[in-house]
Write a protein that binds this ligand. Structure first.
Ligand code: GFB
Length: 318
């Protein structure tokens, strides 16, 4: 069913969302494994534009599609820009999935999100829990769009007999992440804030929320590796989770980042800022059973991400 993705290194591959954290990691992994026929990352068509998508699929005729595009960001972005998030993600999913079907793509992998799970979900979160409860209000619009993407894949599979699969990742982070204060997820945000607080010799740093929420973090290169593994090995309608297997509280995470950055000040948790979902840890037993596991510890991943951030800052100053 999956064609010959693993062996055919000359396959035409479209990474839809090549400028995203996961898109960049996927392109890096694909190139390092000898796949050369990738859609050029510097001139990605507008995924939200139906005509551009039609033209692109007709010209490039991709055989495999990794759908990792669309807008995403941390808790603050989700609260401020719900309309942009739902609109952009719905457009991207609709156009890419439909054109993949019309152009007889051999296989498509759609990357959903762990915020598709209900707010008060049993832990670790199993795929069977999807659609069984209310979503976390701070990211409801984004999550609704990502859930629609899951149903799109399942519906095209059923009606058109295509091999479209869904992967649900834990919270990804890594080199190439978005460090802009308003958009960023917790890891890039805290790396930047602590780095700047250290340089300014500030003795206190505010961390949003109570510090109690628990997250499952996956290093972007491990997630890209899992996506390539699943493109080859997984053909089911049921979404599959990809996580680290363990949870880490925001408080533990903040202290780990403090150590990596070498920030000597005190951390102050501000409960007036939103916590988001209380716990999000994925049940990743299915992919473990198939023979894949992550290679990078949280600490190693954070060190690599901070190293990348420092290089970027240095390059920007030159
Ligand atoms: O990464 P984050 O925004 O994503 O926040 P979510 C995780 C937790 O870190 C929340 C706390 O409890 C925040 O209150 N936090 C503490 C911070 N300090 C900070 C900070 O400086 N910046 C940020 N961003 N958080 C996301 C969704 O929810 O999950 C996304 O909003 C996406 O759309 C992602 O789906 C996987 O895990 O709360």
């Amino acid at each position: 069913m999956s064609g010959n993705f693993g062996t055919a290194k000359d396959s035409r591959i479209f990474v839809a969302g090549s400028k995203t954290l996961i898109g960049k990691s996927l392109i890096f992994e694909l190139r390092s494994r000898g796949y050369q026929n990738l859609t050029p990352s510097h001139e990605e068509p507008d995924l939200t534009n139906q005509l551009e998508m039609e033209r692109f699929f007709t010209d490039f005729k991709p055989e495999y599609v990794f759908l990792v595009g669309g807008k995403s960001g941390g808790i603050q972005m989700n609260q401020e820009f719900p309309a942009d998030l739902i609109r952009e993600n719905l457009l991207v999913e609709t156009h890419v999935i439909h054109e993949a079907y019309r152009n007889k793509v051999k296989k498509l992998l759609y990357l959903a999100s762990s915020c598709c799970y209900p707010k008060f979900c049993g832990q670790p979160m199993q795929v069977e829990a999807l659609f069984t409860g209310k979503l976390e209000p701070t990211n409801e619009a984004y999550a609704a769009a990502k859930l629609a993407g899951i149903v799109l894949c399942q519906s095209y599979r059923f009606q058109h007999k295509v091999d479209f699969i869904t992967v649900i990742p834990a919270n990804p982070f890594g080199p190439g992440d978005d460090f802009k204060p308003k958009n960023s997820h917790v890891i890039p945000s805290l790396l930047r804030k602590m780095h700047e607080a250290k340089n300014r010799k500030e003795s206190f740093l505010e961390i949003w929320g109570t510090g109690a929420p628990i997250r499952d973090f996956i290093f972007s290169r491990d997630l890209a590796d899992a996506c390539l593994f699943l493109m080859e090995q997984y053909d089911e309608e049921k979404p599959i989770n990809v996580g680290s297997g363990t949870g880490c509280s925001i408080s533990e995470l903040s202290h780990l980042i403090k150590e990596v950055v070498g920030y000597p000040g005190e951390l102050f948790f501000n409960p007036e800022k939103p916590d988001g979902m209380p716990i999000k840890v994925l049940d990743s037993s299915q992919i473990l059973k198939l023979g894949w596991k992550p290679k990078t510890s949280l600490e190693q991943g954070i060190k690599a991400t901070y190293g990348w951030f420092l290089e970027e800052m240095y390059a920007a100053k030159k």
